[in-house]
Design a protein around this ligand. Structure first.
Ligand code: PMV
Length: 320
């Protein structure tokens, strides 16, 4: 029996990936940049040599498309190792408002390779994780990672690299605010496909996002909260605008999302640095720093956020 266990953090993109040029290999139209989120993590163990593939996620057998995606990743590593048992646990509830797929596929990629006796190789792990969930390629390493879109048809040059470690700016805070518990109606996969195929703004979006990556990196390197906050907000608005202009139009925002956004603008007028980003859903992630975390959290609570998870930059995926 060959077994390994790996732990990875989720990440939040400040310059987003929104649209694939290859759906099967998960190759994006633009590069993206993210920060890993500690203390949130997913721990996954893979044991090769079982009688059949068995997958359990948070103590429940995986089913449907989730199961298919895990098995598709095992297929990429399997070789002569046969079937595997996969057991995965997240330390945060799905209800926290964060997609767990980035951390889940990153931990699975690292554990599956390690259990197969392959040496650690962050590039190979990132390429593998990308094929489970695009954003997972940015959860192999900690701190700030950039997913380079690449240009090859086989995806060998489409992976993430670490640009700043989690020790660069430990005072950075990312507050995940759950304002709406409604299930999202349109999955990222389908939302991005409709933007690529029908939004008249799509080409401009990719051009704009690509140019934003070096600017975001410079702002993070300088620990300039205002500069990175303004870039993150602008990028999130533009991603959502691309989908609002799709046919049929796709709106992930809820009234409570807009309430948070206008409250943050009010906080800034009072000298409190707080900026949002939004994935494909209504729950904002708020950027601030350690000195203003309590003030921002209190304002979000007052707005009725049902849960707020305080995060800071996390480290690399590890094998235990
Ligand atoms: O990796 P996926 O399929 O979960 O898509 C992620 C898409 C966004 O979260 C909206 C943006 C991003 O870059 O993470």
């Amino acid at each position: 029996m060959k077994k390994a266990t790996a732990t990875a953090h989720p990440n939040i993109a400040l310059v987003k990936y929104w649209g694939k040029r290859d759906e099967a290999l998960i190759l994006p139209h633009q590069s993206s940049l993210s920060v890993t989120l500690a203390p949130l993590s997913v721990t996954t163990s893979v044991e090769w040599g079982t009688a059949a593939d068995e997958v359990s996620i948070n103590d429940e057998p995986a089913k449907g498309s989730e199961l298919k995606r895990v098995i598709a990743m095992l297929d990429l590593v399997r070789g002569g190792h046969g079937f595997a048992r996969v057991v995965s646990h997240g330390n945060f509830p799905k209800a926290a408002g964060l997609a767990s797929s980035a951390a889940g596929f990153a931990a699975l990629a690292v554990a599956a390779r390690a259990a197969a006796g392959l040496p650690r190789d962050v590039k190979a792990e990132s390429v593998l994780a990308r094929q489970g969930s695009g954003s997972a390629c940015r959860s192999i390493q900690g701190g700030v990672c950039v997913w380079h879109k690449g240009s090859r048809a086989d995806g060998a040059d489409s992976f993430a690299t670490q640009e700043l470690t989690e020790r660069h700016w430990p005072e950075l805070r990312l507050l995940v605010a759950m304002v709406s518990r409604e299930e999202k109606e349109v999955k990222s996969r389908d939302g991005m496909r409709s933007a690529v195929e029908t939004s008249p703004y799509y080409a401009e979006w990719t051009r704009d996002a690509e140019a934003e990556v070096p600017r975001a990196l410079a702002a993070l390197r300088a620990k300039d909260l205002r500069a990175i906050g303004e870039i993150a907000e602008k990028n999130a608005w533009r991603m959502h605008a691309t989908s609002l202009a799709a046919d049929p139009p796709l709106c992930y925002l809820k009234p409570q999302t807009l309430e948070v956004i206008s409250t943050l603008a009010g906080l800034r007028r009072d000298g409190v640095p707080a900026y949002f980003t939004l994935d494909a859903g209504p729950n904002p992630v708020v950027l601030t720093d350690a000195a203003h975390e309590a003030t921002v959290e209190a304002a979000l609570k007052k707005l009725g956020a049902s849960s707020i998870v305080r995060c800071h930059p996390g480290g690399d995926a590890t094998v235990s």
